[in-house]
Design a protein. Structure first.
Length: 130
């Protein structure tokens, strides 16, 4: 096993713009048709020693799986889904690493109002655990 002394390093693990089709929204058609989203997650954690072992870090595939699991729940608001995802990630990972902050961003690609001229609508949620 390899050990690397890093002296109080902050590490960020992220998944950026993962595509998801979720039953999320205020309007019934958003639930039926589903909402196309790009979801990003960043988790910042504190580390004093890095071990060359996956079990001692955050597996970004785990983050992707949790994003995919959002399809099994129903939310009216992106904010509610974001809060749910942050809580889920924190519960699953806080015993493994010293989490400092989790951020979640949802980009809603299909905008219901066709008169809107923008690339996406979205939200950004950040929770600190310091």
């Amino acid at each position: 096993m390899h050990y690397f002394l890093v002296n109080d390093m902050l590490i960020t693990v992220s998944v950026q713009d993962q595509w998801a089709l979720l039953p999320i929204g205020w309007f019934p058609e958003e639930i039926t048709v589903k909402t196309e989203l790009l979801i990003s997650v960043s988790i910042v954690y504190f580390q004093t020693v890095i071990e060359d072992e996956l079990s001692k870090t955050i597996d970004y595939q785990f983050i992707s799986n949790e994003i995919n699991n959002l399809k099994n729940d129903y939310f009216k608001l992106l904010e509610t889904a974001g809060e749910f995802l942050i809580k889920k990630l924190h519960v699953e990972l806080h015993d493994k690493v010293d989490i400092q902050k989790i951020t979640v961003e949802f980009k809603k690609m299909n905008i219901a109002n066709s008169h809107t001229n923008c690339a996406f609508h979205g939200i950004f949620i950040e929770k600190s655990f310091i």
